[in-house]
Design a protein around this ligand. Structure first.
Ligand SMILES: Cc1cc2nc3c(=O)[nH]c(=O)nc-3n(C[C@H](O)[C@H](O)[C@H](O)COP(=O)(O)O)c2cc1C
Length: 195
């Protein structure tokens, strides 16, 4: 969770997805990136050969969690047309999953992206969200859905029961999917999760 606001719009959506997943028996954990010690990648490049980052900070725990998880939910508010700086520090450090030939050491980890934005125009940052999903795919994550809460300056996520229910649905769906991610979602979802 990449918002500094632990009870904010992004957190509400991330938590709703996790609620849906745990309803179906998944074990879920939330990491608040703001509260963790995550340093910027120092470009030493040693991870390319070893698969291990030499920086001794809270990413150590997150690397372990990502490797052992079935799915990762990554949420961020839009700050200055992009993900928050806290989220970007985390994403930069995912470079440790790349091999020397820049293929990923992760085997298509399922991911759901969550963005919230003040702007009511839900297409305003669409190219950026798609671009981010592409980047994460390159790093080894299959982004199955991107949930977008637009217009949070006017209506907070906490007052959008339909959106929260869709987030819970997505959590239920991701936790019971044993098929390769995108195929399962194409078959089962067909929903537009952007409201
Ligand atoms: C520093 C900062 C920059 C922001 N930049 C944008 C922006 O570029 N576009 C936008 O639509 N909203 C922007 N917002 C609004 C947030 O994206 C919006 O309020 C979001 O829902 C906050 O999520 P949270 O409740 O999880 O913290 C910005 C907010 C802050 C604090």
């Amino acid at each position: 969770m990449g918002s500094p606001n632990v009870n904010g719009n992004t957190a509400k959506l991330v938590n709703a997805i996790l609620e849906g997943a745990s309803e179906k028996g998944a074990e879920t954990k939330v990491y608040n990136l703001e509260a963790l010690d995550i340093k910027g990648c120092d470009a030493c490049q040693r991870c390319l050969e070893s698969g291990k980052c030499v920086i001794d900070d809270d990413m150590r725990a997150l690397y372990r969690e990502i490797r052992s998880s079935d799915a990762v939910i990554l949420g961020s508010p839009v700050y200055m047309w992009q993900m928050t700086a806290q989220t970007k520090l985390f994403v930069d450090r995912l470079t440790a999953f790349l091999r020397p030939d820049f293929s990923s050491r992760l085997d298509h980890k399922k991911m759901i992206l969550v963005f919230s934005q003040g702007s009511p125009d839900r297409d305003a940052f669409k190219p950026y969200f798609d671009y981010t999903a592409g980047l994460l795919y390159y790093l080894g994550f299959d982004v199955l859905e991107t949930i977008i809460a637009a217009g949070t300056d006017n209506v907070k996520v906490s007052s959008r029961p339909k959106l929260l229910e869709k987030a819970r649905d997505l959590g239920r769906l991701i936790s019971v999917s044993h098929l390769p991610g995108p195929e399962f979602f194409k078959a089962e979802s067909g929903e537009n999760f952007s409201i």
